[in-house]
Every structure is written in structure tokens, then in C-alpha cells.
Design a protein around this ligand. Sequence first.
Ligand SMILES: Cc1cc2nc3c(=O)[nH]c(=O)nc-3n(C[C@H](O)[C@H](O)[C@H](O)COP(=O)(O)O)c2cc1C
Length: 203
Amino acid sequence: MKVLVVFYSTYGHVYKMAEAIAEGAGEVGGAEVELRRVPETLPEDVLEKMGALAAQKVFAHIPVCTVEELANADAIIFGTPTRFGNMCGQMRQFLDATGQLWAKGALVGKVGSVFTSTATQHGGQESTLLTFHVTLLHHGFVVVGLPYAFQGQMNNDEITGGSPYGASTIAGTQGERTPTENELAGARFQGKHVASIAAKLAG
Ligand SMILES: Cc1cc2nc3c(=O)[nH]c(=O)nc-3n(C[C@H](O)[C@H](O)[C@H](O)COP(=O)(O)O)c2cc1C
């Protein structure tokens, strides 16, 4: 049973969450978990002005995903930073190249799930996750979120990401925050939850 974690990250927050998602998925017996990043679409000089080049070196070793790889997975968990309350353009461009898969119904019945990161607490985590789900539904994915069985979702003692729609982190307006233990726990839970459902569907 193959679980693909496909992400885009500019500054590393989504990457850290992707690692936790993969860790959780790997706890399910028989799960083969692979991390992939979607192609960068911004020119290097723009990335430099955004202060992203150094941050992106940390996950440059992660292979770039091809659309064909999606067809070979049983479950795909997508990670994207929020851009104006939606997924980032890099992820949109990658998904817009999956028309051939859609035409063949190649992703129908696979488990799909989404996690995200925003700068601010109310900067659009839920809108990013829910609007991403629309694309997954067009492809015929069985959409899975982060159920309240993850108890950390009840945590009101600290500022934290995480909603029934998926795991998330709050990066801070200068990217100064790193995913908290509660946010990482949500990501691990989601990864494990998706992989368990995929295992049941595969069996
Ligand atoms: C063009 C652009 C639009 C953004 N829009 C939002 C937004 O709507 N809400 C928000 O809270 N953060 C927004 N951000 C901040 C990013 O979501 C934040 O940098 C990201 O979550 C950090 O994740 P990363 O380290 O994986 O790149 C935006 C950033 C950029 C560059």
C-alpha cells in the first residue's frame, strides 16, 4: 500500500509538516511512504528576493513529483502553504497538469487528504483545505480530513493549527514560528489515519 506525500513549501513550514505526516503514515503496517515536492515555478531571482533560497536548500533532496506517480499511489496527502486563502500556484499548476489522469479516471477511489500552513491564525487555513478538496472530489478521491479523534484539536490553551479539514500550522508573519508539538501531532495523526483507511480499502 503506497502513500505519497506531495507538498510545496517556500520557507520550510509545510515541509516540516510533510515529514510529520509521513512519519504518521509510516506507523501503519505495510505502508510504503514517499515524500515528493511539486516543481517550483518562480524564477530564482524572485525566490532570492523572497528570502526563500536558503530555506529551500533544506528540502532540495526530496525528489520532484511527476503526475504519473500519482496514479501508482493508494493514498495521496497534499501539503500547500496558503496564498490568499487558497492553495499556492505551484500546486495549482501541478494539479492542472493532471487532466490525462482525470480523463482516464486514474485517481478514482484513492484516498486524498490535505494539510496547510498560513502566516496568521485566521489567514485562510480552512478555506485552503476545503477549496483543495474540490479538486480532489473532481478526481474521484475519497476525501479524508483530521477527525476530532485527534484530541489536540480541542486544545484552546495555546494558538494552534488543526481543523476537521486537515492538519495545519501557523508560520507567523515573518515565518518566525515553527510547527508546534500539537500541530505536528495533528499531522502525524492525519498521516496515520489516511494510511489506515487506504489499507482497509486496499484489503
Ligand atoms: C503571495 C502570498 C500570499 C499569501 N497569502 C496568505 C494568506 O492568505 N493568509 C496567510 O495567513 N498567509 C499568507 N501567506 C503566507 C504563507 O502562507 C506562509 O508564508 C506559508 O504558510 C509558510 O509556509 P512555508 O514555510 O512552507 O512556505 C502568503 C504568502 C505569499 C507569498
